[in-house]
Design a protein around this ligand. Structure first.
Ligand SMILES: [Zn+2]
Ligand SMILES: [Zn+2]
Length: 258
């Protein structure tokens, strides 16, 4: 069994087809998927999916890219994270690709999420785009390693992966690993210790080969695991077992379903 550790099932492209998507998951032996929060405004809708589908969990957070949305406080996040279907805090982090001026409010929002994760005792789901040095610095300054978490959709170098591993974080590999030119991601997928590796789709985005360019869905996380198995010259079952074990160890609140 596999787990899709990061997807956006609540987006209309997927939410409109939820039954079909859940059936496809079952056929692909993808036992559960984590629906990741990106705004507080959308959170109730996302939580209702996690409440009605036993195979879907939720996280709560405000994505670093989002402006003009409700700014969360530590208390807001801790309260919402108290729900039994909410297993982590995020996605949070830094995104200087869309905000090239590297604004202070992003780092403040990131710190708020880390403090909430520590207070709630639930791990962090971290997004980083073009902001690696600051992401690692803020994680360190806020003692994020105490609660741990995952650097999702990892696309950085092995040196960055090592720094994240040293902080106690997990590395999650997405469908990018199946892209021909993604040598950095393939290299990291080969080298991350098996007990610190997770897999994800980031659906509806980033569909793996052979579905590249199409709508992504949690069932396709199997393609991610198959490519990692090929790169590491092990069986897909071994990757499935390790990443699923890692998932339930990291996201302890999800253990009740297993
Ligand atoms: Zn992200
Ligand atoms: Zn995401």
């Amino acid at each position: 069994m596999l787990v899709d550790s990061h997807c956006h099932l609540d987006l209309p492209e997927l939410a409109g087809n939820l039954n079909q998507i859940l059936d496809s998951m079952q056929l692909a032996d993808v036992g559960c998927a984590v629906c990741i929060g990106v705004t507080l405004e959308d959170f109730p809708r996302l939580l209702s999916i996690a409440e009605t589908c036993p195979r879907v969990f939720a996280t709560v957070g405000v994505h670093p890219e989002n402006t003009g949305v409700q700014e969360p406080t530590v208390d807001d996040l801790v309260t919402l994270a108290g729900h039994p279907r909410v297993i982590g805090i995020g996605e949070t982090g830094l995104d200087y690709y869309w905000h090239k001026d590297a604004p202070e409010w992003q780092r403040d929002r990131f710190r708020t999420h880390i403090r909430a994760a520590r207070a709630a005792g639930k791990p962090l789901v971290v997004h980083n785009r073009d902001a690696t040095a600051d992401t690692l610095r803020v994680l360190k300054e806020e003692d994020a390693g105490e609660v741990g978490g995952v650097l999702h959709c990892f696309t950085e170098t092995w040196e960055v992966a090592q720094a994240a591993l040293d902080l106690g974080f997990h590395i999650s590999i997405s469908g990018i690993v199946t892209f021909k030119n993604a040598q950095l991601v393939k290299d990291v997928a080969r080298r991350v210790p098996l007990d610190r590796l997770l897999v994800e789709t980031d659906a509806p985005y980033l569909a793996p080969v052979p579905f590249r360019g199409k709508l992504n869905q949690p069932a396709y996380v199997r393609k991610v695991a198959e490519e990692i198995a090929r790169l590491r010259e092990v069986s897909c079952e071994e990757i499935a077992r390790a990443t699923t074990d890692n998932f339930f160890r990291l996201f302890q609140a999800a253990q009740t379903v297993n």
